[in-house]
Write a protein that binds this ligand. Structure first.
Ligand SMILES: O=C1O[C@H]([C@@H](O)CO)C(O)=C1O
Length: 582
């Protein structure tokens, strides 16, 4: 009897099993590979005309905004960043990414790393652990203002669906734009007499705006410098197909301005903010502060025979900058065809109640609520003020204006490099009884310091941001505060002075949204809660570029002894350059 066919009968399934094993393994390899997103970026100085006026900007691979990072939850992002700037250092912060286990990749020069020197290549490597809308931008000096920024879009893992449906997904970054470089701005801010940056020259939507060249002072006119027919500054166009739903990931990386964003004739349903699902609410226009991100759903359900305006308008400060314009273009109309209407002008710039109401409306989405701890272990009240220190204008928190040490905190603390910064802890609160937040104050005892708050690892911390009058009578501004390394619960907002005995009773402990950036409104307070459970050193600061530069920030340390071995690549400045010499 010939057994061969029988053998083959056994062999065939075995071979099938084996080959399918190989295919599955190969697929698995591909999956593992697909989980790594590698980028090579070159950061350069170039001339560009984002609003038709040519100035020096900072580009990534020739672009501002830089390339969008598209990733899936759980992916590892590797960015090899070559600093080809002529004379400036650089660092890039991954805004909204918590950097769990990789605090050295947060990209905050002076806090988590030494800045990257010209000619050097630095590798950022981190995991995007939560789906949502995030950003990246320069975090050295005020380089974000020079156009060094972009979007990070993280999608849900395979097999998971979002709690809302849409047909298309698009990131749109809103900014304000200055004709002076960040260095010129920084010189003014740190001079005597003080040179304020002033209001922006134009507002950009996804890196494009239009400056009215005819308003240039005749002395400033250099042929070709301002050219409205330059294609670089043609308005941003979003082409939509009638009947389709668009998820627009609207974010703001302004230097100074708070915005109101609107798409003429179209409602928006807010569904996500800073990487957290929002209980959907419908709005005509969106107030958005620097450092915030929102996903809104927009249905292209209006008259498809015409185009519509998408606009950004300055709110909270008296607008002196023309409306930012983009075109919401219904497919098959000419994308350049201007809408037949006047662009929308937004709400009254000084209607803070309107903005406060929208802040209060934001709640966590049902089914996606992360309830906060019922109580906290520590309450830190941070009074936001303007001050004069030795004749220089600063911003301060509890009368301490923040400065950076030359040795980054993370290296100094983790590797015990000694007292490279002021060891006296900054104040936990201000004089709640006597300080009048409604009056211009001298704040004569204000100082500058690089001291930090040390938080007990795993403790629950409440932060109360208390706004006050500036050094201008009858003036209080809006400050968007951004926390690195964490999302926090937004427990409440209130007008006037925070009352530690009664206001906490009104906190929302049921369905507060978690965010990483939140505004404190004029003459008002905002209460946040977070768990100090991410080993590292984290900045918390006003996201207005000039205000941070003027000292409006603090730093938190938590569980630094639990941080893994620091990569050598983050060292090389301050005391760390001596320490690591063999
Ligand atoms: O920091 C600031 O300085 C100016 C003004 O207060 C002094 O010129 C202003 O509007 C700020 O926000």
């Amino acid at each position: 009897m010939n057994f061969r066919p029988v053998m083959y009968l056994f062999k065939a399934p075995l071979m099938l099993l084996f080959s399918s094993y190989i295919i599955v393994s190969l697929l698995a390899l591909q999956r593992a590979e697909a989980g790594i997103r590698r980028y090579e970026w070159e950061v350069k100085n170039e001339f560009k005309s984002p609003d038709c006026y040519q100035r020096q900007v900072i580009t990534i691979n020739g672009r501002t905004p830089g390339p969008t990072i598209l990733a899936q939850q759980g992916d590892t992002i590797i960015v090899e960043l070559k600093n080809s700037l002529f004379v400036e250092n650089v660092a890039i912060h991954w805004h909204g990414i918590r950097q769990i286990g990789t605090p050295w990749s947060d990209g905050t020069a002076g806090v988590t790393q030494c800045p990257i020197l010209p000619g050097e290549t630095f590798t950022y490597k981190f995991v995007v652990d939560k789906a949502g809308t995030y950003l990246y931008h320069g975090h050295y000096g005020m380089q974000r203002t020079d156009g060094l920024y972009g979007s990070i879009q993280v999608s849900v893992p395979d097999g998971v669906t979002e709690p809302f449906a849409y047909d298309y997904d698009q990131s749109i970054i809103l900014t304000d734009w200055y004709h002076k470089s960040s260095t010129e701005q920084a010189i003014g801010l740190s001079s005597k007499p003080f040179g304020w940056i002033g209001e922006p020259q134009s507002l950009l939507i996804q890196g494009r705006g239009t400056f009215n060249c005819s308003t240039l002072n005749s002395l400033a006119i250099v042929p070709g410098l301002c050219n409205t027919s330059n294609p670089e500054c043609s308005p941003y166009v979003l082409t939509v197909v009638p009947g389709k739903v668009y998820r627009l990931r609207i974010s703001s990386l302004t230097s100074l301005s708070a915005f109101n964003f609107e798409i003429e004739g179209h409602n928006m349903t807010v569904v996500e903010s800073d990487g957290n699902y929002v209980e959907p609410f419908i709005i005509k226009n969106l107030n958005i502060y620097s450092g915030e991100t929102y996903s809104v759903l927009v249905k292209a359900d209006q008259d498809s025979s015409r185009n519509y305006w998408a606009t950004s308008n300055v709110v909270s400060r008296k607008p002196q900058t023309p409306t930012g314009l983009a075109i919401f273009n219904y497919y098959q109309n000419d994308p350049q065809k201007l809408p037949p209407t006047m662009p929308t002008t937004g709400p009254l710039w000084n209607d803070s109640d309107y903005r406060l109401a929208q802040s209060i409306a934001i709640k966590a989405r049902q089914g996606y609520i992360h309830p906060p701890p019922r109580s906290s272990d520590r309450v830190i009240i941070l009074l936001n003020t303007q001050n004069q220190i030795d004749g220089y204008l600063h911003w301060a928190v509890n009368n301490v204006s923040f400065t950076l040490p030359s040795t980054p905190y993370l290296i100094a603390l983790k590797d015990k490099l000694g007292n490279v910064f002021d060891q006296k802890p900054p104040p936990q609160k201000y004089d709640l009884v006597n300080y009048d937040i409604f009056k211009k104050q001298d704040n004569a005892n204000a100082t500058t310091s690089n001291s930090i708050y040390k938080l007990q690892f795993n403790s629950t911390v409440d932060i109360i941001l208390q706004n006050a009058n500036t050094m201008t009578p009858n003036n209080s501004e809006t400050h968007p505060w951004h926390l690195h390394g964490h999302d926090f619960w937004v427990l409440g907002y209130g007008k006037g002075k925070f009352d530690p005995n009664n206001d906490p009773k009104k906190y929302n402990l049921i369905d507060p949204i978690m965010k990483n950036t939140v505004p404190v409104h004029p003459y008002a307070w905002t209460a946040l809660r977070f768990r100090a459970n991410n080993p590292g050193v984290w900045a918390f600061h006003c996201h207005i570029e000039a205000h941070l530069f003027m000292g409006m920030g603090v730093v938190f340390e938590e569980g630094v002894n639990k941080v893994g071995k620091l990569p050598l690549s983050i060292t090389g400045c301050g005391k760390s350059k001596v320490y690591y010499r063999p």
